[in-house]
Ligand binder design. Structure first.
Ligand code: NAD
Length: 434
């Protein structure tokens, strides 16, 4: 099938590359010329495991191409995906301007029956709105269907997730459109749930809000463990052994971030408000998360009496391992707070240094390896649980640090062993008995 994907970000690019990999002919369109120029040369503008190889291979095999021109890309496409960004507005509502612009462009260039797929995460009712915009912008009378097909991939394992997803959801009342999409996705051999567009749109928000709530729940349990002498890792293990609960998303830490959870939970809250419903649980999910992000600072406030001449090393800038994405990353918040206290911040991330540098307007010393980032520091905060950090020489770290304060925001290390090695060690949700 010939497919157009509008938006070549974390979702659009992975979708386009994977659809080409299973044999379709895909054109990925983006309004960002620099991105498209890089992609034409086979260079991925984002870090995602296996993605660049897949892009390069499919360009070579002439199944994948890139363009900034919708007019050139659309003719002959049976399916057009909308995979543009849906960031949060100031008030937490969803900014649909990129989706609306994409819909206008699609409308202008539609010349035969096409299935328009909304892969962007959009509030309930958006498919209807997309269809209205397309209709208004049609140059000639053609039929089309708009289907909600929410994306569930995780950054860091996006290719794996696309090929091994738990489910594919189609929200549509058109049998013709569902049949075409079923055929498109057939080589993936995944369970398909067909429902109405409104339910499909809500499935995505409900899934993300539920996972975020699981994280905030375990973080609250962690806080209680610290007060009562419990160990959150033992508590989570015991909970996770219950198959009704499951062991995923039960890792206590310094909160969730990223381009999805914070904005999608806020977006669902706003949807509730618009329909006169106060979604109390997820309101608290967000509140708990913003308190949790402050934990490293609360710990430091208790230990550091004078912030003058303090140096702190940050290990990990991406919002999670496996990605270079720093959108809403806990590290962003922590670094800003430290800078506000006059701290000299040193930082290292295996792939996200450049992205962090491009969003922070004040000086941070970005290092090429973790040892430089901790060298001469009073304290270290481990923010992202990269595998590389789990394999660090802790003796070397201790030797390089000035004071030995180690805040482990992701509970990567074992408390007893860290204490034995001479660190002043602060994990999350583990009462460090003397
Ligand atoms: P992104 O910001 O990385 O990429 C969006 C891309 O769309 C950008 O390259 C931008 O230049 C391009 N774009 C915007 N408007 C355009 C237009 N009119 N025409 C052409 N290109 C345009 O976003 P993302 O992280 O890939 O997310 C895309 C959508 O998928 C969002 O709704 C998001 O919530 C959802 N989603 C994201 C993830 C994730 O892990 N990132 C997972 C599931 C769902």
């Amino acid at each position: 099938m010939k497919v157009t994907v509008v938006g070549t970000g974390y979702v659009g690019l992975v979708t386009g590359a994977c659809l080409a990999e299973i044999g379709h002919h895909v054109i990925c369109v983006d309004q960002d010329e620099m991105k498209i120029e890089k992609l034409k040369r086979g260079i991925s503008p984002i870090y995602e495991a296996y993605l660049e190889d897949m892009i390069f291979r499919n360009i070579q095999e002439q199944r994948l191409s890139f363009s900034i021109d919708m007019e050139a890309a659309m003719p002959g496409s049976q399916v057009v995906f909308i995979a543009v960004g849906t960031p949060s507005l100031e008030d937490g509502d969803v900014d649909l301007s990129q989706v609306e612009k994409a819909a206008r462009e699609i409308g202008k260039h539609l010349s035969a029956y096409t299935v328009i797929v909304s892969k962007s995460t959009v509030p309930v009712g958006s498919c209807r709105r997309i269809a209205q915009i397309i209709k208004k912008n049609l140059i000639k009378e053609v039929s089309f269907d708009v289907v909600s097909n929410p994306e569930f991939l995780r950054e860091g394992t996006a290719i794996y997730d696309t090929f091994h997803g738990d489910r594919i959801v189609f929200g549509s009342r058109s049998k013709k459109a569902v049949d075409i999409l079923t055929e498109l996705y057939k080589p993936l051999h995944q369970k398909i749930l067909v429902t109405d567009p409104e339910s499909a749109e809500l499935i995505k928000y409900a899934s993300n809000a539920f996972l975020a709530t699981k994280i905030s729940f375990i973080n609250e349990m962690a806080n209680l463990c610290e007060k009562t002498g419990g160990d959150i890792q033992a508590v989570a293990e015991g909970m996770g052994m219950d198959q009704r609960i499951g062991n995923k998303f039960l890792q206590a830490g310094i909160g969730f971030g990223g381009a999805c959870f914070p904005k999608d939970v806020s977006g669902l809250l706003k949807t509730g408000e618009k329909y006169g419903y106060d979604f109390k649980i997820i309101r608290q999910t967000l509140a708990v998360n913003s308190t949790q992000k402050q934990k490293p600072l609360e710990i430091l406030e208790k230990i550091i009496e004078d912030w003058k001449d303090i140096k702190i090393g940050i290990l990990g800038l991406a919002f999670k391992p496996g990605t270079d994405d720093v959108r809403e990353a806990p590290a962003l918040y922590i670094i800003k707070e430290l800078y506000g206290r006059g701290v000299h911040v040193k930082a290292y991330d295996p792939v996200a240094n450049d992205n962090m540098q491009s969003v922070l307007s004040f000086p941070v010393t970005y290092c090429n390896n973790p040892y430089d980032a901790v060298s001469d520091c009073d304290a270290v905060i481990l923010v992202t649980e990269w595998q590389e950090f789990k394999e660090l020489s802790l003796r070397k770290i201790r030797r390089l640090m000035k004071r030995k304060i180690f805040i482990d925001g992701r509970n990567v290390f074992a408390s007893e062993s860290m204490k034995k090695k001479g660190f002043d060690y602060y994990p999350i949700g583990i009462c460090c008995k003397e």
